[in-house]
Design a protein around this ligand. Structure first.
Ligand SMILES: [Zn+2]
Length: 262
């Protein structure tokens, strides 16, 4: 089985790059994408990918950090020539926590959307709203419609919105990645969402160190737990886990336009 964890965050306090990656490999997680949530973390993600075979990275500013990001986006140009840069992200809108003011979130998100478009890179999108509200989805949909209309490709990571919103984003060509939340007892809506996601648009992720799946919920997540998530998703889809692994890994390579021998 060769799984692809398409979204995790590596921090300095984690174990060394080699043992971190090795642990994932032993669990059948052969491919990895280290996501950047701010400039420093994007550098860490790049360094991680450069030390690991079958690993790529993304660079961006998370909506939580949007207000703090007052620099010019051109500082991210340093990542553009990197052969292992697979995407721009994690970027998006978060009106659930609203750690950053909405105008700052929209400004930073739009700037990275522009960067992705100009450099023909896919986008890793975080979008979350308060319960029963859809302002974040509406705003993100507006921005992503323009992006998709110009040929941009994006993935909704750890999406927890309604089926209705999911379908609207799917119409824009979205891929959707599913993580540990799907194993949470109260996440019936995410299990419902799974039925709406076409097989050829489904990706898997852990979002480590956050959102560890049951039975590790509440502990520090690690890409090795992707095997648990895959087993769970396969059960929901009534599909052998090997088949799900093959399907989602192929989807990831197609979405990120990468080749397996990197
Ligand atoms: Zn993330």
């Amino acid at each position: 089985m060769e799984l692809f964890d398409t979204h995790f965050h590596y921090y300095k306090e984690d174990e060394t790059v080699s043992s971190y990656a090795e642990k994932a490999r032993r669990a059948g997680v052969r491919y990895l994408l280290a996501a950047g949530a701010d400039f420093e973390e994007s550098r860490l993600a790049r360094n991680f990918s450069n030390q690991t075979s079958g690993c790529w990275f993304s660079a961006g500013v998370h909506p939580h950090a949007a207000s703090l990001f007052t620099a010019d986006i051109s500082m991210f140009d340093e990542f553009l020539p990197e052969p292992r840069l697979a995407a721009i992200g994690e970027v998006g809108l978060d009106y659930f926590y609203e750690n950053s003011e909405r105008p700052a979130q929209k400004k930073v998100f739009s700037a990275f959307v522009e960067m992705a478009l100009k450099n023909k890179l896919p986008l890793i999108v975080h979008c979350r709203d308060k319960l029963d509200k859809d302002d974040a989805y509406e705003d993100a949909f507006g921005i992503l419609s323009g992006f998709a209309g110009q040929g941009g490709k994006f993935v909704l990571h750890c999406f927890t919105g309604t089926n209705e919103w999911c379908l609207k984003f799917l119409e824009l060509g979205a891929f959707v990645s599913v993580g540990g939340i799907i194993t949470f007892p109260k996440a019936a809506n995410v299990r419902e969402l799974l039925k709406a996601i076409p097989d050829d648009r489904l990706l898997l992720e852990t979002d480590s160190p956050y959102l560890a799946p049951v039975p590790h919920r509440g502990t520090r997540n690690h890409p090795e737990y992707l095997a648990i998530i895959a087993g769970y998703v396969a059960g929901q889809k009534k599909m052998p886990v090997e088949k799900l692994a093959e399907l989602t890994t192929d989807n990831a390579f197609r979405f990120f336009k990468m080749t397996k021998d990197a």
